[in-house]
Design a protein around this ligand. Structure first.
Ligand code: UD1
Length: 344
């Protein structure tokens, strides 16, 4: 695919995975166009992206459901692909506000598919999640493993995948790829973009780095009596820079996508326990992490990691970065954010 000046719309492009994907796109010669309403992201990210990439970032502060304004963007730029990240993603919050999740996650997707159809966009890459495997009976999970959900958030991912499957039947010009992410971690090597949760983090690594930075008193390990070697849950932690590259690979493959949509697991294929994460963090940073054991968290599953055969073979993508690199870059990013907030 000749990437010369190809315009790719990135919804949620100022967010955690979106911002790293914007960097990956620019490195490959694409022109990303960010659509973000900044409700869960920071406008500063645009400036930081400009520094990292040494280029001007085109962005629009607009919600995905505002099709009127978005039609203007599509008329202004010849958009050849859409990477659709924008969505709410906190499991706990989705249990409290399911309708907000349905409205935002389905509404945004429907708008984007409408625009893809009207403007004949060739590639559509959708952010899905390993949450669609629910509590799997067999691991590693492959793309044929049974899908289910155990939260309104998980429901939106599963149903969104199905909506895309139905949509492309009526509009086969749009080649879709569904990427099922495992647990994204890490930050860009510059240490200036990364996971920046608003308030108390839900996810493990941001909680660890905030605890080490003194923002939180201690980490609670949710459960120590799981049927795993050390009693704590096991996840497949994938470096966000690797994950970002999978989106570019998906975009390039969609040109010759005879099965539509294609679905891929995007993980490392390796499982790491919560205690292993803590030990690795302590080893890499030389800091002792205060933690205690607490009860299991509702909805947590014992263990999941990916079978990556399909993504390795068909997308020609494989994870390259180690968990140590992810932890070390997250720690650098946490320190950067602390300095920034001190100055503000
Ligand atoms: C969660 C979501 C998943 C979503 C993903 C997005 C659930 C059940 N799943 O994955 O659907 O796609 O985030 O990033 O919420 N842990 C602690 N203490 C903490 C935080 C986490 O022990 O303070 C443990 C958890 O029990 C889990 C592991 O760390 O075993 C990873 O947790 P987390 O980072 O929240 O990711 P998931 O729960 O796997």
């Amino acid at each position: 695919m000749n990437t010369e000046k190809k315009h790719i719309l990135v919804t949620g492009g100022a967010g955690y995975i979106g911002s790293h994907t914007v960097v990956a796109l620019i490195e490959k010669g694409y022109t990303p166009i960010i659509i973000d309403d900044f409700r869960n992201s920071n406008k500063d990210v645009i400036l930081r992206l400009e520094k990292i990439t040494n280029s001007e970032i085109i962005y629009f502060n607009v919600a995905c459901q505002d099709t009127f304004r978005l039609k203007g963007v599509f008329s202004q730029f010849p958009i050849e692909g859409i990477i659709h990240f924008a969505a709410d993603k906190a499991v706990g919050e989705s249990m409290e506000k399911p309708l907000m999740y349905f409205d935002n996650n389905f509404g945004s997707l429907i708008s984007m598919l409408e625009l893809a159809k009207e403007f004949e966009v060739k590639s559509f890459v959708f952010s899905s999640s390993c949450t669609v495997y629910g509590d799997p009976k067999q691991i590693p999970v492959n793309e044929q493993s049974p899908v289910s959900y155990n939260s309104p958030y998980g429901f939106t991912k599963k149903v969104s995948e199905e909506m895309i499957e139905q949509f492309v039947k009526s509009c086969p010009i749009v080649k879709a790829t569904l990427l099922r992410y495992f647990n994204p971690v890490g930050a860009h090597e510059s240490g200036t973009i990364g996971e920046e949760p608003d308030g108390k983090p839900n996810n493990l690594l941001p909680f660890i780095t905030q605890t080490a930075a003194g923002v939180r008193d201690e980490l609670t390990v949710f459960g120590k009596d799981y049927d795993t070697p050390d009693g704590t849950c096991i996840r497949d932690y994938i470096h966000v820079v690797d994950l970002a590259e999978a989106h570019v690979a998906a975009l390039e493959m969609s040109d010759s996508n005879e099965v539509n949509p294609k679905v891929f697991n995007v993980g490392t294929g390796k499982g790491t326990s919560v205690l292993e994460m803590i030990k690795a963090f302590e080893k890499i940073t030389g800091k002792e992490l205060p933690y205690k054991f607490g009860p299991r968290r509702d909805g947590d599953i014992k263990e999941i990691f990916a079978n990556t055969d399909k993504v390795n073979k068909e997308l020609k993508w494989t994870s390259r970065k180690t968990i140590e690199e992810a932890i070390s870059s997250s720690w650098t990013f946490e320190q950067y954010i602390r300095e920034l907030r001190k100055e503000a």
